[in-house]
Design a protein around this ligand. Sequence first.
Ligand code: ASP
Length: 439
Amino acid sequence: MKKVVKFGGSSLASAKQFKKVSDIILADKARRYVVPSAPGKRNKNDDKVTDLLYACYDAAASGASYGKILSRIKERYEQIIDGLELNLNLDFEFQTIEKNFLAKTGRDYAASRGEYLNGLIMSQYLGFEFIDAADVIFFDEEGNFLSEKTNCELAERLSHTERAVIPGFYGSKPDGSIHTFSRGGSDITGSIVARAIHADLYENWTDVSGFLVTDPRLVENPVPIETITYKELRELAYMGASVLHEDAIFPVRREGIPINIRNTNKPDDPGTLIVETTCRKPKYTITGIAGKKGFCSITIEKAMMNSEIGFGRKVLDVFERSGISFEHMPSGIDTMTIFVHQTEFEEYEQSVIAGIHRAVQPDSVELESDLALIAVVGRGMKSARGTAGRIFSALAHARVNVKMIDQGSSELNIIIGVKNADFEVAVKAIYDIFITAEM
Ligand code: ASP
């Protein structure tokens, strides 16, 4: 059995957290490849080392004073090293970092040092080999991730390595310069390593016990999701649910490797298992509810629209030319409604309306703003009767007016449009009817 374990910033923010992490790793022999993030926040008002590194670099590269921030960064690592009673001195590393900052080596280089230094500490603490991600994770000149080259070289390198620490978040370009993934990108590194070694499991350790059925800011203490498929996760993530970097799915998904989201502070919690497919019956009819505010709808009306071939294409072409992507498009016989992000649309509002008039000569164009979309997602809906009925009766009881309904043919999700002001009440009503009532 081989597992890749990735630890997020809050799991590695202090010596105390490092100890928890080492206990977790050493408790299971299969946990052979470790991907650390940079030290994150120790409390709500604390800073992430990555943010300090960006700030320090910007100051150094622009000729401003940077000494104070650099000392704070050094201090964070020294506290961890002292707390772990390690015989490790990072003076030389920090001299190199400072020199490179002044030589303007780049923001990506700067940010990557957070993971790099944490990797050095972790490898010494665990007695695992240290592999610099710059030697095994590759990008092209433009910064596109080279998945196949990386996979080949990483697989070859790790086939000779029993146990290793590989820092997350960065790799190198052909000229040797450092390049990072987008923020939160250590999740991606973990997934890449899992693919390369054909891991049985990719464990992603963070500070929550997996995904919750809905946002805890909307519903008090929502229940956790035990098992979720990649497809369900994608639907929920698109609507704003976030725990994992979206791009972390691809490398493991193509190999059918499951991801287990776990909580470093509650290592006995099973967390959420993300799988390609499963015959495990979901506990509740729905897997999750996510949503976002800030949409608007454009409703176009024209008599005999139904018989005008190419009408939809001409309308969508107007949006395309303004670079606006549409979210949903419910239609009637003589009407069609397009849902878009309000902020994206506002800038082009009048030119889009004029464009629609020119393209299809509608009888009327109406706008409605301040709408929210809610996605109710679940593989269990396919075999359950009355799911839509339950949603709408719950919303009716909560006095929420439904503006739009969209159910995909996959029966994996139902999207509901409501007024922004009804958003919280609507999510709570849907949660109660499916989760509280089914408990
Ligand atoms: N340290 C990086 C960030 O803060 C990457 C990561 O933690 O995954 O975004």
